[in-house]
Each structure stands twice: as C-alpha cells, then as structure tokens.
Design a protein around this ligand. Structure first.
Ligand code: ADP
Ligand code: MG
Length: 284
C-alpha cells in the first residue's frame, strides 16, 4: 500500500505568458505507516503536489498511483481515492459552516451511503482522535471555538471518512504558539494511535523536525533532498542556500562546530545539544 508519484510534471497556464512549471520530473513514494514531512519554501510546489495525490488535479505528465490504482484513469474510482487520501487544506476552518461541530464532522460521511448509526460512530471516533470529549463538543457551534480547536474539528471531518492517508497542508499556519503545539501534539498522537499514514506539509523545518521520520525537501518543483530529519539537518548550508532555516539549536551547534567544538552535526533537540556540549566541555 502506497502513494507513488512517477515522473510528475505540472504546468499552470500552459500556452499563456503566465506559464509556470510548478512540478518537474518528480518521483516519490509514501509508504503505509510513514510519517512524512514535505518541506519547501513558498512556491516550491507543495500544495500543487498534494492536490494530485487524491485526483483533485491531474498531472500534466506522469502518474499518481494510490494503492495500485492509477489516479484519474478510471473516473468511477475517483470517489474511492478521495476517501482513501484525506486532504486537509490550508486554513481548513474556513470550510466549517454547519451549526454544530457534530454536523460539520458528519458532512463527508453523509455522502458515503452509510447508515446513520455508522455516521454517528465515526463522528464520535474522529472527534476523540483529535482530542475532544465528544459529549462536550458535539453541540457547540464551530464559530465559538479557538483557532486550534477549529482546525482540529476540520481534521476530524477528514478522519471521519476513514482515510488511509492523511495529508495536512501547513496545518499550523496562522496559529499562535499554543495553537501550534495543540495541533502538532494531536497529529503526533493520531499517528501513534491510529494506523493512518501522515504527510505534513510545511515551509518550516523547525516545526516538522521533531515529529516526522522522513523528510522530502522540495525546491522549485523538484525533490532537492530526502532523508531522516537528522540527515537533512546536518546539511545546514545547503538548506540555507534554498531559503530554509534550520532550528535555532542546530544553528548554535553549527556555530560551535565552526569554532572547533567537537560535537555531532545532527542535533535536533535542546536536550541533546546540552549533553553534547557538556561532554565536549568536560573533554577540554
Ligand atoms: P507551495 O505550496 O510550496 O507554496 P504552490 O504549489 O502553491 O507552492 O505553487 C507552486 C508554483 O505554482 C508557484 O510558482 C506558484 O506561483 C504557482 N501556482 C500555484 N497555484 C497557481 C495557480 N492557480 N495558477 C498559476 N500558478 C500557480
Ligand atoms: Mg502551499
């Protein structure tokens, strides 16, 4: 089970002076159980790419294969693919519109031709998966929630479709630090508790480093780097060249290394940095 992108090219406004190549000869595979980060500067092609995964858009060249099915080849299979590949768009709270949270989360499943009982079970499960107490939240108006809570409701709406793949486009954009932590810890718990494959899209390396186990770096519509967060972070200069910052703690470690400190280059957390720096100081 996987999502495969094969030789993908995507061109906007072909045949006009506004022609833009958003994706170029891109190949990747998202495997079942992955917790993948797709990172890149604004305009690198992230949002375009994920809209191909569920057939919302079709590639100009190449193909997307979801669990063995070529997306778009048979139009009748598209609704199944959209159920398997759940997309949470940027600022998903703008799509909340029902008068209660429960109704909003039920919106997708209602179109799935399943029983009322099954819908209720799914709504409850989905809301609990994103950390809500069902009885407390179900009758609340989405408009009375905080930014982070609204976003969790929007994520629950996609989870209620029981997707195999959950793809989140910049899920913390515009939230304050508390809202960001709330979302990230819920996504992390979700990945551990359910067996959904998670793809997190972000322009911020710092956000994603601690969560995902594999990172794909997009640059100008191409895969520029790929590896574990540690492998990617140890290439600080390369990342800076393409406009991606590295976490502050990794910057400090890099500066210390330049000054002759003998510490590992692939440090992601403050704890690790502390241990390594102390070891080096004691050696000296
Ligand atoms: P990201 O999500 O990484 O910011 P996008 O996929 O939104 O990147 O954009 C990739 C490229 O495609 C950019 O050059 C962007 O300007 C262009 N682009 C995105 N959407 C459109 C559109 N609807 N029409 C024309 N060009 C677009
Ligand atoms: Mg985007």
């Amino acid at each position: 089970m996987s999502i495969k992108a094969e030789n993908i090219k995507y061109v906007y406004s072909e045949g006009t002076p506004f022609r833009t190549v958003a994706l170029d000869n891109l190949n990747l595979e998202i495997r079942e159980g992955d917790f993948l980060g797709i990172i890149g500067h604004t305009g690198s092609g992230k949002s375009t790419l994920i809209q191909l995964f569920n057939g919302l858009e079709s590639p100009t060249e190449g193909q997307i294969i979801v669990d063995g099915t070529i997306v778009g080849e048979d139009k009748k299979k598209l609704s199944k693919i959209r159920q398997l590949v759940g997309l949470v768009f940027q600022y998903p709270e703008y799509q909340l519109f029902e008068e209660t949270v429960a109704k909003d989360v039920a919106f997708g499943p209602v179109n799935l031709n399943i029983s009322k009982e099954e819908i209720d079970i799914r709504v409850k499960e989905a809301l609990e998966l994103v950390g809500f107490n069902y009885d407390e939240i179900k009758d609340v108006s989405p408009f009375d929630l905080s930014g982070g809570q609204k976003r969790r409701v929007a994520i629950a709406g996609v989870l209620a479709m029981k997707p195999h793949y959950l793809i989140l486009d910049e899920p913390t954009a515009g939230l304050d630090p508390a809202g960001r932590n709330e979302i990230f810890s819920q996504i992390q718990t979700l990945h551990k508790k359910s067996n959904v494959t998670v793809v997190l899209v972000s322009h911020s390396m710092e956000d994603i480093a601690k969560l995902v186990n594999r990172v794909i770096v997009l640059y100008k519509g191409k895969i520029h780097m790929e590896g574990t967060p540690k492998q990617i972070y140890s290439q600080a200069e390369e990342l800076e060249k393409i406009g991606l910052g590295i976490p502050q703690v990794a910057q400090i470690v890099n500066e210390l290394r330049k000054c002759g400190f003998n510490i590992k280059p692939d440090i992601l957390t403050v704890e690790e940095a502390k241990d390594e720096i102390l070891k080096e100081v004691r050696r000296r």
